[in-house]
Design a protein around this ligand. Structure first.
Ligand code: MLT
Length: 264
């Protein structure tokens, strides 16, 4: 499904009834990375997924991208769907956007799940890395981005043994437009340090991390768990950065238990 929000087309899906749970995807993927979660959880909850601007069925405007703008798009989608409050699940870049959303629209949040993400801003080295990646996208196209990103997103065992999953991730990355890839990279490079925000997060929070995540390792997850007052941490074995795709049953079980508790 798609609609016009904030002057662009935004793709989304909305399935099930009950507590709304809104999923925010990683870079450089799209909302279909949540297909297993939609299938497993929409019998119990209202599951909403969004293609963040620059991805999937949403427009990838040739213009400035910020994480605050993505947070505004999420808020516009909530308004469009008449959802007052939701549980938000943000994985990696989705988590960065969730911090931006929490800063601006705290009243719309019922709870947070921060998966394979981190609160710290980019280091100078990290920002340079983003520029290099944008250059690769510009010179060689999205398939070269897939070659760089897949070893960072999935564990070595998954890459060796689960060809279908690797191909799905590759297809998601290759479907991106350069404008969306470069826009996200600039937005992430510009994001503020969210560590000072952590102690002010008063909502129930679940943190999830794959034990093999190298992009946002368990030490980053522990930092969030240590600073957010009502947070618990779950480490998923045999998963790297895309823990929802590598170990969907474990991921879904954590989301479902947290959401049921929130409904009480
Ligand atoms: C992601 O998975 O969204 C990215 O790895 C986040 C990042 O590059 O910081």
């Amino acid at each position: 499904m798609h609609t016009q929000l904030n002057n662009i087309t935004i793709g989304y899906s909305d399935q099930g009834t009950g507590l709304p749970i809104l999923f925010l995807h990683a870079f450089p993927l799209n909302r279909t990375m949540w297909a297993t979660q939609v299938n497993a959880l929409s019998s119990q909850f209202r599951i909403v997924t969004i293609d963040l601007r620059g991805h999937g069925e949403s427009d990838a405007p040739l213009w400035r991208y910020t994480l605050e703008q993505s947070a505004d798009d999420v808020r516009a989608l909530l308004d469009y769907l008449a959802i007052r409050q939701a549980l938000f699940v943000g994985l990696s870049m989705g988590g960065y956007i969730l911090f931006a959303f929490y800063r601006k629209y705290t009243a719309r949040v019922k709870g947070l799940i921060l998966a394979d993400t981190k609160a710290q801003a980019d280091t100078e080295e990290g920002k340079n890395g983003r520029f290099q990646l944008a250059q690769i996208a510009y010179k060689k196209g999205p398939s070269a981005i897939a070659d760089v990103m897949i070893p960072k997103l999935l564990s070595p065992v998954t890459i060796q043994t689960r060809r279908n999953l690797v191909q799905e991730v590759q297809a998601m990355i290759e479907s991106n437009q350069i404008s969306g890839i470069a826009g996200d990279l600039m937005a992430m490079a510009d994001r503020p340090d969210s560590v000072p925000l952590l102690s002010r997060i008063t909502h129930p929070t679940q943190i999830i991390v794959g034990e093999l995540d190298q992009a946002t390792p368990p030490t980053d997850a522990r930092l969030m768990a240590d600073h957010i007052p009502h947070a618990s941490l779950a480490v998923i074995p045999q998963a790297a950065h895309l823990s929802n795709l590598e170990q969907p049953e474990a991921f879904n079980q954590i989301v479902s238990a947290f959401a049921l508790n929130l409904e009480k």
